[in-house]
Design a protein around this ligand. Structure first.
Ligand SMILES: Cc1cc2nc3c(=O)[nH]c(=O)nc-3n(C[C@H](O)[C@H](O)[C@H](O)COP(=O)(O)OP(=O)(O)OC[C@H]3O[C@@H](n4cnc5c(N)ncnc54)[C@H](O)[C@@H]3O)c2cc1C
Length: 405
């Protein structure tokens, strides 16, 4: 039986960072993960360059970029460990990075630079890492010590940190371990569902749009109404099965099954007025005039929906042009589902924040902590999920008790 001050389960973004900080505070840390590879999600994130934080994050208004039953829960951790703190760490390690779009920071070279940085931080803290190593059972004794039965033998510890992430991308190691541990200790869970995920449509209803697969264009997308209305101005991507791209990934986290999404496919134009202006002076086909306002592939395909739109613009009625403008700028379509956890970037829901301290991430079960994506805190696309992983890990690592305290 080996003894540690803390055992961290899950060597992903949150677990690695927590291990390094705790180790450097002087704790004897064991980090274990059932996967062969360390931090696979960091490796594949941001197209291989890891969008590791976002400069626009406002820790004092977390509801702007985070979804949770209690969005204020993450305020404390996010304001004590900010994007600027993580940027300073990246700079100390000499990793080049750049800002892309809307405050998103990416590695210049590779996401692997970030993984190596986190591993160096763990080494500096003397962290012991066991990989691959699963957990068979976890028990707590009368004195509050945890006895963990692992694939590499039994270990005893005063603190356990669950950093096993969500359910997305099971083929690279995602499991429901964190939720099972929460249930074992009677901690409440918020129902989980895939987030930041492509949306799919019924085969027949989608047939007219299949030929648009691969087309990308800027749109305005929205769902919900009144208080639940959410809108994003981002790029849309048509796929064979439905819609993807940043616009759809963002809206998917707010989309309620059964409800429609509305798209403006030409957000930069007042379409009806532009078509009427063209009608007054042009002898071209509607599709040709339309292709000065939206991508020509979209224009050519869209006019197929109505014979009134397949003629010279000068011959079209104002009503037909108004209908065309309306259909492009208020395209309402009801997804039948999503690509699910297989393709989702994150998992919405998770360990109920009412069970956790927002200061320390400790649960109502003393000595048991939850950090990162396993918690019911989900960020927008754009580096917000990693920043939550770093911030929750840091809050936890600072709070873990040292031996003898
Ligand atoms: C394709 C993709 C791209 C993404 N890009 C970005 C991005 O650019 N920016 C951003 O902010 N977010 C991005 N995300 C989301 C981000 O990767 C996650 O939110 C983040 O990794 C969560 O960190 P975590 O430590 O909580 O979980 P993870 O990083 O998922 O780590 C969990 C770890 O726990 C291990 N584990 C699971 N079950 C067990 C078990 N039973 N026993 C032992 N170990 C276990 C796993 O092997 C894994 O190593 C992306 C996600 C995906 C899928």
């Amino acid at each position: 039986m080996q003894n540690f001050d803390v055992v961290i389960v899950g060597a992903g973004a949150a677990g690695l960072f927590c291990a390094g900080v705790a180790g450097q505070r002087g704790l004897k840390v064991l980090l274990l993960d059932h996967s062969e590879q360390v931090a696979e999600k960091i490796r594949i994130s941001g197209g291989g360059r890891a969008n590791f934080t976002n400069r626009e994050l406002d820790p004092h208004a977390p509801h702007k970029h985070f979804i949770s039953q209690n969005p204020n829960f993450c305020r404390s951790a996010l304001s004590r460990y900010t994007p600027a703190d993580f940027v300073a760490l990246v700079q100390r390690h000499g990793i080049g990075f750049h800002e892309k779009h809307k405050g998103q920071l990416f590695c210049d070279h590779s996401a692997n630079d970030l993984i190596q940085m986190l591993l160096r931080e763990c080494a500096a803290g003397g962290v012991e890492r066991w990989q691959p190593c699963g957990v068979k059972a976890l028990r707590v004794d009368g004195a509050g010590l945890y006895d963990i039965d692992t694939d590499r033998g039994r270990v005893q510890t005063r603190s356990v940190v669950v950093a096993t992430g969500g359910l997305s991308i099971p083929k690279i190691g995602a499991t429901d371990f964190g939720y099972r541990i929460a249930r074992q200790f009677d901690l409440r869970l918020v129902e989980t569902r895939p987030g930041l995920v492509p949306l799919t449509f019924d085969g027949d209803a989608w047939a007219p749009f299949v030929e648009l697969a691969g087309l990308s264009l800027p749109v305005l997308i929205e769902t919900g109404a009144k208080k639940t209305r959410m809108a994003f101005a981002e790029d849309l991507l048509f796929t064979h099965r439905g819609l993807s791209g940043p616009a759809v990934l963002q809206i998917s986290s707010y989309w309620a099954p059964g409800s429609p999404v509305r798209l403006n496919l030409a957000p930069e134009h007042e379409l009806n007025a532009a078509l009427l202006r063209a009608k007054a002076s042009s002898r071209k086909l509607i599709a040709n005039e339309l292709s000065t306002l939206v991508p020509s592939r979209l224009a050519d395909s869209w006019v197929q929906q109505d014979t009134d739109w397949q003629r010279p613009i000068g011959d079209a009625t104002d009503k037909a042009l108004a209908r065309l403008a309306e259909r492009l700028s208020r395209w309402e379509i009801s997804p039948t589902g999503s690509e699910g956890y297989r393709k989702a970037e994150v998992t919405l829901g998770g360990v109920d924040t009412r069970e956790l301290s927002s200061q320390t991430m400790e649960s109502k079960q003393p000595g048991l902590y939850f950090i990162g994506e396993v918690v019911d805190v989900t960020g927008w696309l754009g580096g917000y999920n990693f920043q939550w992983a770093w911030a929750s890990a840091h809050a936890c690592a600072q709070a873990l008790p040292l031996a003898g305290t």
